[in-house]
Write a protein that binds this ligand. Structure first.
Ligand SMILES: [Cu+2]
Length: 411
């Protein structure tokens, strides 16, 4: 008898919970809020800005400015730098890397995409396998001080409790995805925010510790968190990475230059390679370490971003870093729309800003995608995207480079 009562009661509770869930589903057309857990690890890599070894935009060897920013010799570090990046693992043992999906190979230096739907909770377990203390600071989502991952006086008596992760340690960050973190009335089904290390922010971010968070509207996420109505997403970090300011600059100087004490670290020559005045760019040792890159690639190196005619694709375009980072990303061939307005050049983005732009390409071909600021273009901030015809296989196209993960040399 007692057992039957318990059974009946538990069935009632069960049915009641089920009907509440059903009501929720009916109201939102969505599943119940989820806790989405990510396992990120800060790891050191030797990053090659030009894995293809030539100017892929022009199809030529490096010369002039492209040589200034890529050539390694006894006075220049060149194109490969020690950096720290975020990698994703499958669980808290941090033994199995979670491979980046092939369609996101173009993301290069960027960390894994952290995804959630409005109403979800994000948990990030951050492991630090690098040799400096780092952290994880998110934009957009809601956090308490222990999940802010930023170091400043208030709370610095317990830095580790506030998300500073020394080498070899782990910290769990909890972020709530309120409706304000999701798409607004004029937005599409998803928008993006940045995350990055924020111990000494400039040194951490120039080292490479940066990535994106994508939040979808309630009911608009696939099981993996990506927006249901979008065929392909493309992430583009337009950033002049200042390697002079990286946490790893001293390492890079000593590892690549035989007599580092002879290097004039402040060397800046306001002339272009032809000897003409060029104040905003110029040449010299300091300048050669300023990498005007897209996702950590210069001069159209790296995996080719590929889509099909008529696909609804979404671009998340972002920047970060030093004061030259004001960019006007420009697509040749096809237009994008931003909150209903069509354009081929985005409104200027400045450090820590992201714009979400949608495209339904109708012009087939391989097209330029670059910053329209002259100095940035000349410094390498240019890449390509390809629009295939309807029905063409994305797999069958040769990319300009092999997948970016292959360029990452684990320490
Ligand atoms: Cu620019």
């Amino acid at each position: 008898m007692k057992t039957q009562v318990v059974l009946l009661l538990s069935c009632f509770v069960c049915l009641n919970a089920h009907s509440q869930t059903a009501r929720l589903n009916k109201t939102d057309g969505a599943s119940a809020p989820k806790v989405r857990t990510y396992y990120l690890c800060a790891e050191e890599v030797d990053w090659d800005y030009t894995p293809d070894g030539k100017d892929m935009m022009m199809g030529t060897d490096f010369s002039g400015y492209s040589r200034v920013f890529t050539e390694h010799n006894d006075k220049r570090i060149g194109h490969t730098y020690r950096k720290a990046v975020f990698h994703e693992y499958t669980d808290a043992t941090f033994t199995t890397l979670k491979p980046r999906p092939a369609e996101l190979a173009h993301m290069g230096l960027l960390g894994p995409v952290i995804r959630a739907e409005v109403g979800d909770t994000i948990k990030v377990v951050l492991r630090n396998n690098a040799s400096f203390p780092f952290s994880l600071h998110p934009h957009g989502v809601s956090y308490d001080r222990d999940s802010e991952g930023a170091m400043y006086a208030d709370g610095m008596e317990h830095p580790e409790a506030n998300g500073l992760v020394p080498p070899g340690k782990t910290h769990t960050y909890t972020w709530l995805v309120r409706k304000e973190a999701g798409p607004g009335p004029q937005d599409g089904s998803s928008i993006a925010w940045l995350y990055h290390s924020h111990n000494f922010e400039p040194k951490d971010v120039n080292a490479g510790l940066i990535g994106a968070i994508v939040i979808t509207r309630k009911g608009m996420a696939r099981p993996d968190g990506s927006p249901k109505d979008i065929a392909h997403e493309f992430f583009s970090l337009f950033m002049i990475i200042d390697e002079n300011q990286s946490r790893y600059f001293d390492h890079n100087l000593k590892a690549n230059i035989a007599n580092p004490e002879k290097i004039e670290r402040s060397e800046y020559v306001p002339l272009d390679p032809e000897g003409n005045g060029d104040l905003p760019l110029g040449t010299g040792f300091a300048t050669s370490n300023m990498k005007a890159s897209i996702n950590g690639y210069l001069f159209s190196n790296g995996p080719l971003m590929t889509m099909r005619k008529g696909d609804h694709v979404r671009w998340y375009v972002m920047t970060m870093g030093i004061g030259f980072n004001f960019h006007t990303p420009h697509w040749h061939g096809n237009l994008v729309s931003v909150r209903g307005q069509y354009m081929d050049v985005l409104p200027t983005i400045g450090p820590a800003q992201i714009i979400t732009a949608d495209m339904v390409p109708d012009k087939v071909g391989t097209w330029m995608f670059h910053c329209h600021v002259d100095d940035h273009m000349k410094g390498g901030m240019q890449t390509l995207y390809r629009v295939l015809d309807k029905g063409e296989s994305l797999q069958s196209t040769a990319s300009t480079a092999s997948a970016s993960v292959e360029h990452v040399a684990h320490k």
